[in-house]
Every structure is written in C-alpha cells, then in structure tokens.
Design a binder for this molecule. Structure first.
Ligand code: SF4
Length: 73
C-alpha cells in the first residue's frame, strides 16, 4: 500500500499541499505548518496509508513542496 510520509519539523507552512490535496492535508492554526490528516506519528515523522489511485496526485504534491519534506512510496 502506498504511503505519504511527512517530515513535519521542516515544513515551512506554504500551504501548497493543502491547496492540491485538501482531503489529506490541513494547515495548523497553532504553528502554521501542514498536518497530514489521520497520519500515524513516529518521532516527528507522519505516515499515512493511501490508495493506489491517490498515488499519482500525491507524487505531484511531493514535487511541488518547496521544502522537500514530503515523500510517497
Ligand atoms: S507543501 Fe511542503 S512546505 Fe508547504 S505546507 Fe505542505 S509540507 Fe509544508
């Protein structure tokens, strides 16, 4: 199953991921960074299982993130 992986500490809060995939992302009102909705959290890294059909769009978000803090496997 593909996964979105977010290295949240280095997120700069630009909001592009949220604009492109609002079903997976929201912007935190606390610290201004992106939050991967319903993700598992391990040591500052957030991981979310996604469906194969969402993988292609998610890769576009990876490429658009200016801080390069998102991965999709
Ligand atoms: S696109 Fe990248 S830097 Fe911008 S808010 Fe999303 S995760 Fe953070």
């Amino acid at each position: 199953m593909p996964k979105i992986i977010h290295y949240r500490d280095k997120c700069i809060g630009c909001g592009i991921c949220y604009e492109m995939q609002p079903m997976f992302w929201r912007m935190s009102k606390k610290d201004g960074k992106a939050t991967l909705i319903k993700a598992l959290h391990k040591k500052g890294i957030y991981i979310l299982d996604i469906n194969e059909r969402d993988r292609e769009e998610s890769i576009k978000v990876v490429e658009a993130c200016p801080a390069k803090v998102i991965k999709v496997n």
